[in-house]
Design a protein around this ligand. Structure first.
Ligand code: MF3
Ligand code: CO
Ligand code: CO
Length: 292
């Protein structure tokens, strides 16, 4: 055991005295080292307790926004109406809708209907009885992002619609249970793929989960397919999304001429659920908590 004195140079290599550096941080020296090493090796920014509070506050707003959408969605409503709801609710709560102008995205939320996998652009398209619609909300509150989505039924839906929505929901639910320090990113994808394919559905490869924080899309990449015990090891302080897109038919996607809307190539239904997750010392905490 090495004793570091207050006036010694900080062992993190900053050149400052220990008392002016890691001694006063909420992170221990070991945590600081891990944080430096994850950034150097993977560009992953492990989150501080302050960061986590910020993401959690954004997450609460995202979930409240999704619940407002859930309560409002009915046949006859347009996806533009959903955009208006999300946009106004977000700015009225002092936040910014992250999708708006993000790499040129023209609206404040993604609304993806039926065979649209993700990145659907709100329009005058009316929701019809029997449609499924995914609403994907990302808000920036005091500089921190949180990202979550849900797929909703519009009125009464077909057995196919119920099946794909339930498989997508259960895929995310199962993925959460593997998140703990010592597991690897590949374990998440493996769990989703194993389950979804076992149900006769397929996992979209072209879009993946991502780190999140001060940035919308940070390292690491989180595929929803993969092999056990492969990829980056999960450590406390990692924050990322898991957002499996599950198709009833083939896993392939193509992007429409609007350069955003991703649809299934075979026209089959696609559903998705997304949460922003923190890796804790003992497992995980959902920073956008809603019942799956
Ligand atoms: N919210 C999406 C995600 O889960 C990203 C949408 S990007 C946008 O990562 F530009 F389409 F909004
Ligand atoms: Co996301
Ligand atoms: Co999202």
């Amino acid at each position: 055991m090495i004793q570091i004195n207050r006036n010694d140079p900080c062992p993190c290599g900053s050149g400052l005295k220990y008392k002016k550096c890691c001694m006063n941080k909420m992170t221990s020296y070991a945590e600081h080292q891990l944080s430096e090493s994850y950034f150097r090796r993977y560009r992953i920014k492990l989150k501080t307790p302050e960061d986590i509070l910020g993401i959690k506050a954004a997450g609460k707003l995202v979930v409240d926004t999704l619940k407002l959408c859930e309560a409002s969605i009915k046949p006859g409503m347009t996806t533009d109406d959903i955009n208006t709801l999300v946009h106004e609710y977000t700015i009225n709560h002092g936040a910014v809708p992250a999708p708006l102008n993000y790499h040129g995205f023209p609206k404040s939320v993604c609304t993806s209907v039926n065979d649209v996998i993700c990145h659907g652009i709100p329009s005058d398209r009316k929701l019809l009885e029997g449609d499924i619609v995914n609403v994907d909300v990302t808000s920036i509150l005091h500089g921190y992002h949180a990202d979550a989505n849900m797929t909703f039924f519009v009125g009464e839906c077909s057995e196919d619609a119920k099946k794909i929505v339930n498989v997508a929901r259960e895929s995310l639910k199962r993925a959460l249970t593997v998140v703990k320090p010592g597991k690897r990113i590949g374990d998440i994808g493996y769990t989703i793929q194993e389950y979804a394919e076992g149900q006769g559905c397929s996992v979209v490869r072209d879009y993946i989960g991502h780190g999140i924080g001060r940035g919308f899309h940070e390292a690491p990449e989180v595929p929803h397919y993969g092999r056990k015990n492969t990829g980056i090891e999960l450590v406390p302080g990692m924050v990322f999304t898991i957002e499996p897109m599950i198709n009833l038919g083939e896993p392939y996607s193509r992007v429409l001429s609007d350069n955003w809307t991703a649809v299934t190539t075979d026209g089959s239904l696609s559903a998705q659920f997304e949460q922003t997750i923190l890796v804790t010392d003992t497992g995980y905490e959902v920073l956008t908590p809603y019942e799956l």
